[in-house]
Write a protein that binds this ligand. Structure first.
Ligand code: G3P
Ligand code: CA
Length: 241
């Protein structure tokens, strides 16, 4: 069965990467949650997409320059709608507490692009083991070196390679890197590519699929996971198909 990953929670309807957005996604029936992990100045893992707080909060500056206490003072809901003002930037532990006893997979995307966070892989993996959720987590990143580092730290925690453009024989690249899954942008998934990847038994979790016509195509092709801002729409199509 395809995993219905709520992208930054139910972010089509609620402020992304907030506890509200995650809770609403669960109410909508998602079976997975995708979220972005970054690190504060004092080494706390928090959930936010951008390296800067500017777009999704009332603050300004880089996550890496905020202490945890200061980032928690920001409003992470008002940018989306006044109605949601007062939502906070979640600590990773809050999401884990919400999900750990539920039949829901978490996809932690390690943000490691402009900013490289020192030892973020170690911290994330320690947190995962602390909560005993190693079997229900998949890590991903556009920084494939980060995924190699995660695999060195834990063989059993699954890893996925994010990419935007078409790669020739991505399943071979995935094996070469030692990852468990490909996390491609859905436009790269023409039928022949899907067939080649499947032939090598490599898992595919694709992003970010918000239109029903693409959801239908990917469900027909039995993709392992679909990452969407609208988990309710995907759930409905899954029930109909
Ligand atoms: O993990 C899938 C997707 O979230 C990757 O892109 O920019 O939305 O984090 P982005
Ligand atoms: Ca992401």
């Amino acid at each position: 069965m395809t995993v219905n990953f709520a992208h930054r929670g139910a972010s089509g309807y609620y402020p992304e990467n907030t506890m509200l957005s995650f809770k609403k996604a669960i109410e909508m029936g998602c079976t997975g949650i995708e979220t972005d992990v970054q690190m504060t100045r004092d080494g706390s893992l928090i959930l936010m997409h951008d390296e800067r707080v500017d777009r999704t909060t009332n603050g300004t500056g880089f996550v890496k320059d905020f202490s945890f206490d200061d980032i928690r003072k920001l409003d992470a809901g008002g940018f989306f709608s006044k109605e949601f003002a007062g939502e906070k930037v979640p600590a990773i532990e809050e999401l884990i507490e919400l999900v750990k006893d539920k039949d829901i997979v978490i996809n932690f995307e390690i943000k490691s692009g402009i900013i490289i966070y020192d030892k973020i892989e170690e911290k994330l993996i320690d947190t995962i083991y602390k909560y005993g959720i190693e079997k229900k987590v998949i890590l991903s990143s556009f920084n494939h070196y980060s995924m190699v580092m995660c695999k060195r730290l834990s063989k059993e925690i699954k890893t996925g390679l994010l990419y935007m453009e078409g790669i020739y024989r991505p399943e071979r690249y995935c094996r070469f890197v030692g990852a468990d899954a490909l996390h491609p942008y859905f436009y790269t998934l023409r039928k022949e590519v899907i067939d080649e990847i499947k032939r090598e038994n490599v898992m595919i979790n694709t992003f970010t699929v918000n239109e029903e016509r693409y959801m239908k195509y990917l469900l027909k092709e039995k993709i392992d996971g679909i990452i969407t801002n609208y988990p309710d729409k995907l759930k409905k199509l899954m029930e109909e198909s």
